[in-house]
Design a protein. Structure first.
Length: 316
């Protein structure tokens, strides 16, 4: 067997072992009997590799939630569903996934890493709503089964990085959009949002072109662009939001986050926006030499200020 082939076999096993050692308790499959609007494509196989210096998952057909329960002596009843980024081309499942789950556990928050389907015409009837279907389903499952994980069903947040931030913002603004027909009436609205260097808009000049093309195609209609430009979808019901990004981001225009924050303020939605001088893009929890590495502390303070780190009494 070639060295590269050996790496592709061993890496997923190492990842599975490490998550078990550091707190993952189970994996939940979102769809029994297949996802809505799915196309069968035998050639489409999930892969995990670390090429380019980051661990990435691609070609997801069976979306899942990896569960990271907060330690019993720290658990406060709050939960966060994490959407890793990757331009809607891949999922950064380590530095924007399991690493973040471990940090959330350290502050008493139960974490769920969402490994959602990436938009692809070869496996989806409508690729634009595929990730949203998985996200809405994930929120409903966590809320429906909140007692199982000792979670307060009114303290379930959504978190996303880069393109995962776009998905998180979409779930925060379009929770009433019926991406699929739910089997039970549980709300898909997150109770709060955490967006880190997020893609917000699909508008030209403000979007990340790769994420836009991967989600909407090469020539999306104006209506589709508007629907997935989240700064245009904010209402008074959009959940309270924490946003962190760097001014020198060379990948995603910072203007999108500014517009989103302005829309939140205009609709009287509580929000907090942190713009760091440096850091670039794709840094996960941060790089120690730059000030953006303090965003987890700022986020923790925001969660505490909102009462989300205090023990909940509604999590039997």
């Amino acid at each position: 067997m070639k060295p590269n082939a050996i790496a592709l076999v061993i890496l997923p096993l190492l990842l599975a072992t490490s998550t078990c050692l550091f707190g993952q308790s189970e994996t939940i499959h979102l769809w029994k009997g297949g996802a809505p609007g799915a196309k069968v494509n035998p050639a489409y196989k999930t892969t995990v590799d670390d090429s380019g210096g980051w661990v990435k998952m691609r070609f997801v057909t069976d979306p899942t939630l990896d569960v990271y329960p907060a330690p019993a002596d720290r658990a406060n009843g709050t939960a966060v569903i994490i959407c890793p980024g990757g331009a809607y081309w891949a999922l950064a499942i380590k530095h924007e996934g399991s690493d973040v789950a471990h940090w959330l556990n350290s502050i008493g928050v139960t974490a769920f890493v969402l490994k959602y389907r990436l938009p692809d015409d070869s496996i989806m009837v409508n690729k634009a709503i595929g990730p949203m279907e998985d996200g809405q389903r994930a929120i409903r499952i966590v809320r429906r089964d909140a007692r199982k994980w000792h979670i307060d069903p009114d303290r379930i947040g959504i978190m996303g990085f880069s393109a995962g931030g776009h998905l998180a913002a979409t779930l925060s603004t379009q929770f009433n959009y019926k991406a699929y027909k739910p089997e039970h009436p549980t709300s898909a609205r997150p109770d709060f949002s955490i967006l880190v260097y997020p893609v917000i808009s699909m508008e030209p000049g403000v979007t990340h072109p790769g994420s836009r093309e991967n989600l909407l195609g090469k020539n999306p209609s104006p209506a589709l662009v508007r629907q997935f430009s989240n700064e245009l979808q904010v209402t008074a019901q959009t959940p309270p939001t924490f946003i962190a990004l760097s001014a020198d981001d060379p990948v995603v225009p910072v203007e999108g986050s500014f517009r989103y924050a302005e829309a939140l303020i205009r609709h009287h939605v509580p929000c907090e926006l942190h713009v760091y001088q440096s850091g670039g893009h794709g840094y996960g929890l941060g790089r120690t030499e730059n000030t953006e590495s303090t965003w987890p502390t700022a986020c923790q303070n925001w969660l505490r200020m909102r009462g989300l780190l205090n023990p909940s009494h509604d999590r039997s």
